[in-house]
Design a protein around this ligand. Structure first.
Ligand SMILES: Cc1ncc(COP(=O)(O)O)c(C=O)c1O
Length: 326
């Protein structure tokens, strides 16, 4: 499929700070392909480079550019104690010369490990909130931003997970990169599968599909929200993002499978743990327990059921591995 230069030009019109080492590798998963009778490939967005990498680097390139354009010198972001997004927001802000404050929710840990250890290393000021409620974290983050503003700082409030249209452009860009991977590998994927949380990654891919006319399917494996609610949310994010680029998306392009969440967000599942073991032992690819393990559990289930026999499938590895050291 030809690379659509017009869409590339429209994307390039948005300001962006280079933070990632792209293009990320895209390679065949040979043992998995052989075992399940499909051609399975992996897009390594865990290897985006910045502070151990992950999907959020791509969104942050556009969001940090927006913050700098607004003249901000300080960033406030919030998430769970092991938030990958907060780790990468801390790295992005530090590299861009901004002060970074993280509001982290959950039980205050005894020591720092995993993402939290990296947050400290990246120079973030950390503010703990003893709550598991997102609304409380956000309210706390807004109050902190107001305090910092009153001290004369110019604060950029980072949206949750970076999942707003400007950030989502990062995954429209990733979609175009995947079209280039197709050319290089001489393959046309039938299906892309990845972990879907706040929905921004999937929204960007869906916009890429719709604006290029790519005929394959995109399937998000939900790690938190129920199918209907997440699909609606992604559709609305994708519509707003397509609007920035002068296009539209259709509801049918948004497909979510919510059968692999397990007990709750961030609680490991037996299927997810088996997926971690299978990818580690067969391919030397390390997944995480919160996002990519559950997404791979979903893909392995479809492969195991014979539903993807002979198909060309791309798994997008969105990162998250620091969590396994927590
Ligand atoms: C490792 C990893 N994978 C996937 C996701 C989900 O991405 P999104 O929130 O864009 O759906 C996240 C979000 O935090 C993540 O950290």
């Amino acid at each position: 499929m030809p690379i659509p230069h017009e869409l590339r030009a429209r994307l390039d019109a948005f300001a962006r700070v280079q933070l990632s080492l792209t293009p990320t590798p895209c390679h065949a998963l040979k043992s998995i392909s052989e075992k399940y009778g499909a051609q399975v490939f992996c897009k390594r967005d865990d290897l985006t480079g910045l502070a151990l990498g992950g999907n959020k680097c791509r969104k942050l390139e556009f969001l940090v550019a927006e913050a700098l354009a607004k003249g901000c010198d300080t960033m406030v972001a919030c998430g769970g104690i092991q938030s990958n997004f907060c780790r990468l927001a801390a790295a992005a802000a530090s590299v861009a010369g901004m002060e970074i404050h993280l509001v982290l929710g959950g039980d205050r840990p005894q020591g720092a490990a995993g993402n939290l250890l990296l947050d400290q290393l990246l120079g973030a000021s950390i503010h703990y909130v003893e709550s598991t409620e997102w609304d409380t974290w956000e309210a706390e983050a807004r109050a902190l931003a107001e305090r910092l503003e009153s001290e004369g700082k110019r604060v950029f409030m980072m949206p949750v997970g970076g999942s707003v249209p400007i950030g989502i452009l990062g995954y429209v860009d990733a979609f175009l990169e995947i079209l280039e991977d197709q050319e290089r590998l001489g393959v046309e994927f039938d299906l892309m599968v990845h972990a879907s949380g706040s929905g921004g990654t999937q929204a960007g891919l869906v916009v890429g599909k719709e604006l290029t006319g790519w005929p394959g399917e995109i399937l998000g494996i939900s790690v938190a929200m129920e199918k209907e609610a997440l699909e609606e949310h992604i559709f609305s994010l994708a519509s707003a993002t397509a609007g920035l680029l002068g296009g539209k998306v259709v509801r049918d392009s948004v497909r979510v499978d919510d059968r692999f969440i397990g007990e709750a967000y961030a609680v490991p599942t037996p299927q997810g743990m088996r997926a971690l073991e299978e990818l580690a032992t067969k391919e030397g690819v390390i997944l995480d327990r919160v996002y990519t393990g559950k997404a791979m559990a979903g893909l392995l289930h479809l492969l195991d059921q014979g539903l993807l026999s002979g198909k060309r499938v791309l798994f997008i590895h969105t990162g998250g591995q620091p969590e396994i050291f927590s």
